[in-house]
Ligand binder design. Structure first.
Ligand code: HIF
Length: 292
């Protein structure tokens, strides 16, 4: 890949404990708000904010990514794919005031780490050092995914960010968390029943029988058995291509393997386009449970 990378700020006076303190504050607030969004809590929306701030990355151009925290500026601010993420940015903004030294990109990606870990998912190694952009010039609009598309599109899209098929399938397991909202994306509903817990359920549900939902919204799928759950066309696409389906089956059978592969792929997602000084070693934060 020929793209330029952005250099993370060299280690400042801040230590692991300073970041663990922010982690804990975010995690406490997530706990206190577990009834948000019909019981989904903030797990899904914080994971999605972390991903949307990172997933604009284009490996061939070296553009986009979480480094600058560009979503507060046009053009990313008005990217339709970011509709519905304001509650997540607002949720985190009090920590921006309490800890003015943390950058937006660090705070938003850390929020995703908190969400995955506190929902019972794997540890996500994380490094600080992103630096606030002062305008949106490095922002990359319209690079986030279109959920109405097929498997070849999904492969190309994640390929653009530098992910292979296995990593792509592992990442999409994050759709175990949260919901779709008619007023945000047009789609509606959760992918399964335990949408506030990080599990390999997404793959188990995906392997069930799905049919096109008859409704006045965009094309989405419902499970034949209960009609309570949903899949996007790009989710169903993982069953339609053998190079993806193979991994869907592996992760449905083996949650440990899913956790381990997801952790690596999600950590990579959050760092796309960023060059960290070798002195900055990844942190592995303790969950609230582990500290009690
Ligand atoms: Fe999502 N995703 N995502 N996604 N996403 C939605 C919601 C969540 C795609 C589309 C959508 C990933 C990939 C893709 C989460 C996490 C991740 C919604 C609904 C849509 C339409 C938004 C709304 O209406 O509020 C597409 C097309 C993707 C590429 C195939 C990532 C891998 C799965 C990278 C990822 O981590 C999460 C969590 C949510 C739930 C948000 C919520 O508010 O609960």
């Amino acid at each position: 890949f020929g793209g330029a990378t952005l250099n993370a700020a060299a280690a400042s006076s801040k230590t692991f404990n300073d970041y663990q303190a922010i982690y804990n504050d975010i995690a406490e607030k997530v706990r206190e708000n577990d009834e948000y969004d019909g019981g989904a809590g903030y797990f899904g929306i914080l994971t999605r904010l972390a991903w949307h701030s990172s997933g604009t990355y284009d490996a061939s151009k070296g553009s986009g990514g979480s480094f600058g925290g560009n979503m507060v500026f046009a053009p990313e601010q008005y990217d339709g794919a970011n509709a519905g993420l304001a509650p997540a940015r607002d949720f985190l903004s009090e920590f921006q005031y309490k800890y003015p030294w943390i950058s937006r990109g660090d705070l938003w990606t850390l929020g995703g780490v908190v969400a995955v870990q506190e929902a019972g998912g794997p540890k996500i190694p994380w490094r600080p050092g992103r630096v606030n952009a002062t305008d949106g010039k490095k922002g990359a609009p319209n690079t986030l995914p279109d959920a109405s598309r097929d498997g070849k599109y999904v492969k190309g899209l994640f390929g653009r960010m530098g992910f292979n098929e296995q990593e792509t399938v592992a990442l999409i397991g994050a759709h175990c968390l949260g919901k779709c909202h008619k007023n945000a994306s047009g789609y509606e509903g959760p992918w399964g029943p335990s949408f506030n817990m990080f599990t390999n359920d997404f793959f188990n549900y995906l392997l069930k029988d799905w049919q096109v939902k008859q409704w006045d919204g965009p094309k989405q799928y419902e499970d034949v058995e209960t009609k309570l759950f949903m899949m996007l066309p790009t989710d169903i696409a993982l069953k339609e291509e053998n190079y993806f389906l193979k991994w869907v089956k592996i992760y449905a059978d083996d949650e440990k393997k899913f956790f381990s592969d997801f952790s690596k792929a999600f950590a990579k997602l959050l760092e796309l386009g960023i060059q960290f000084p070798s002195s900055v070693k990844p942190f592995e934060f303790k969950t609230l449970d582990e500290q009690e």
